[in-house]
Design a protein around this ligand. Structure first.
Ligand code: ADP
Ligand code: MG
Length: 612
């Protein structure tokens, strides 16, 4: 492997390979690395500029720009300027349609298909949009570091599902990055504070992240270097933008400006953001807008935003409840996101948890800094640590009768692996359908199908002979690889699950609630389905057996068996589990004696023929 000389500011240092940490944010994105000399994480920035790159893409006549330049077009060329693309990652039109009015650009109305954004007459997927941002970050990092940047750790919200993580990984690939790992933003933020870096440490951490357009609260448990997400909560449409909007509304109510209100709204929005930031450190903001003196005091500001912050506290309560914890179980609170600079936010969080939050690391940079620490761990520069998450829903396969056979139960710690053996139920069956589902219900039809493929080319064997081992492997990014192998012949096939469409927090919640609500009927249905499957198999084998051994059966045996088979067949249509089981047992009772007799006969014959 080629050694790369990296040069940060003036220092030169040899390093095996450069792995960067990237916070791909809804509003702002940035890159961080471990400084080769100080060994401390630092955010990359061009001279006299800020480390934050606005997550905005402008599609101009001749070129595509990203970041600060693109941000200038948000108002003047809104139709060609895309922001908050992260909210669309792994989502279908149906997932986002209720909020589409909040987006200034055009979203394609195609029910169950993944969302696409239309700019001019070109359609862009959220993956492509995110890749533009990542490309820009890569370019800027290479310019600052004066070395190629090929490998990265990218952060995502803890609630991102498989599809959204996969989409983020794909965006990285498209941007020419080798994405070594996708890690959770709250995990990264905790790492930046050094939590979890000591092997023996056990801590429960609440990560409060109030960004530009989203709010997340995550409760993590760290034990011996292992991070586990206990619960997440939040609101994908709650953030600094709402604080700005509250100020604009207030000013519009206080003053009468001549002309079009929506034009004023846009003009005042920038003033509002300025006021908000100013008031984080001062008592009174004054400015002139459209020839009028407008002002806002810290007191007025706080009164305006209190109800908004209140909503984040409700989410905190819910997150604690879901994690089964009380306030005083929380050892540390970590503040993340530009909006946590607002003093009232800190006060309200602190008074809710009755504990002072950790706010010494720059809240804009904290996630990227943590990603850089994880990158350093992957580069082998820090003690080997695993960052663990759990699966939000169970993963399993469809088996006979449409039943869900769970291989990895919900809340399995990832990375995780599970394998189970299956067999064919028809003679000479050469293929096996492998359908992967996610969810808590007993019947696959009530769960969410992730993928389906056929294991083909199984050599002809009697039913029950092939041994097909199916294994599930979820890697540390939460991406599922399914492998199916027929052990006798070695025939093998595998897929990586790229789910068709996204799943929101609410979906997960709904699936869990549904499974609880239907627990009893599901259990009954499972019992019935299992009994019916067994009965159907018995009917098949009995029929085959009778056909093959017709000569060795007495008339009475044939009559009794036929009657028992008819009775069993009838019970199948009546959907009564107990009846099916009774009739199955009855058929077994009748066939057992002659089956044994014929088996003995066959063994005797075989023995006779063999020479010892
Ligand atoms: P995201 O994680 O969603 O990309 P950020 O963490 O970068 O977002 O937060 C951006 C938000 O932080 C914006 O709404 C911005 O106005 C707000 N913000 C930045 N600095 C301050 C400040 N000093 N006071 C209040 N809000 C701030
Ligand atoms: Mg963020």
């Amino acid at each position: 492997m080629a050694k790369i000389a990296i040069n940060i500011a003036t220092g030169t240092l040899q390093q095996e390979e450069m792995i960067v940490g990237i916070d791909l944010g809804t509003t702002n994105s940035l890159v961080a690395i471990i400084h080769p000399e100080s060994k401390k994480p630092v955010a990359l920035k061009e001279h006299n500029s800020n480390s934050l790159v606005p997550s905005v893409i402008h599609f101009g006549q001749h070129d595509i720009t990203v970041g600060n330049e693109a941000k200038q077009y948000l108002v003047s060329d809104a139709a060609n300027t895309v922001f908050s693309a992260k909210r669309l990652m792994g989502k279908t039109y149906n997932d986002v349609k209720n909020n589409s009015t909040l987006l200034a650009y055009k979203i394609i109305d195609d029910e169950n298909k993944l969302v696409k954004v239309q700019v001019g007459d070109i359609f862009y997927s959220p993956v492509e949009l995110s890749s533009f941002i990542l490309k820009e970050l890569k370019k800027q990092a290479e310019h600052i570091l004066k070395t190629p940047v090929g490998k990265a750790v990218i952060t995502v919200p803890a609630y991102f599902n498989d599809a959204q993580r996969q989409a983020t990984r794909d965006a990285g690939k498209l941007a020419g990055l080798d994405v070594l790992r996708i890690i959770n933003e709250p995990t990264a933020a905790s790492l930046a504070y050094g939590f979890g870096l000591n092997q023996g440490e056990q801590k429960t951490i609440a990560v409060y992240d109030l960004g530009g357009g989203t709010f997340d609260i995550s409760i993590l448990n760290i034990n011996g270097g292992i991070f586990e997400v206990l619960s997440t909560n939040g609101d994908t449409y709650l953030g600094g933008d709402d604080l700005d909007a509250a100020i604009v509304d207030y000013w519009l109510a206080q003053n009468t400006f001549a002309g079009d209100e929506s034009t004023h709204r846009q003009g005042l929005r920038l003033k509002a953001e300025e006021a908000k930031k100013y008031l984080s450190a001062n008592g009174l903001f004054k400015t002139v807008y459209a020839g009028k003196h407008i002002s806002l005091s810290r007191q007025q500001f706080e009164a305006l935003i209190k109800p908004i912050i209140e909503r984040t506290i409700t989410s905190c309560k819910n997150a604690l409840k879901d994690a089964g914890l009380k306030k005083n179980d929380i050892d540390e609170i970590v503040m993340v996101g530009g909006s946590t600079r607002v003093p009232l936010v800190k006060e309200m969080v602190s008074s809710f948890f009755e504990k002072k939050p950790n706010d010494t690391v720059d809240p804009d940079e904290v996630v990227a800094l943590g990603a850089a620490i994880q990158a350093d761990i992957l580069a082998g520069n820090t003690t080997n640590m695993l960052l663990l998450d759990v699966t939000p829903l169970s993963l399993g396969l469809e088996t006979m009768g449409g039943l869900m056979d769970v291989l990895l139960p919900r809340n399995s710690k990832i990375p995780a692996k599970a394998a189970r053996q299956y067999t064919t139920y028809k003679d000479g069956q050469s293929g096996m359908k492998i359908a992967v589902y996610q969810g808590e219900r007993d019947m696959v039809k009530d769960n969410r199908r992730l993928a389906e493929f056929n294991l083909t080319g199984i050599p002809g064997m009697p039913a029950g002979m092939p041994k097909v081992e199916i294994s599930f492997l979820i890697n540390a990014d939460g991406i599922l690889a399914v492998n199916a192998k027929e052990l006798r012949s070695g025939v093998e096939q595998s897929i990586e699950v790229k789910p068709q469409y996204g799943l929101t927090d609410e979906d997960v919640e709904k699936m869990l609630l549904d499974s609880m609500e239907h627990a009893k009927e599901d259990m009954e249905l499972r019992g019935l389905t299992e009994a019916k499957t067994e009965a159907e198999q018995l009917l098949q084998t009995t029929e085959k057996f009778m056909h093959k051994n017709f000569e060795n059966l007495t008339q009475d045996e044939i009559t009794a068996t036929s009657l028992a088979m008819q009775a069993l067949q009838l019970s199948l249509d009546m959907n009564d589990k107990n009846l099916v089981q009774t009739k199955t047992e009855a058929l077994n009772e009748i066939s057992r004696p002659y089956a044994e007799r014929i088996m003995d006969l066959a063994i005797g014959k075989a023995m006779k023929g063999s020479k010892i």
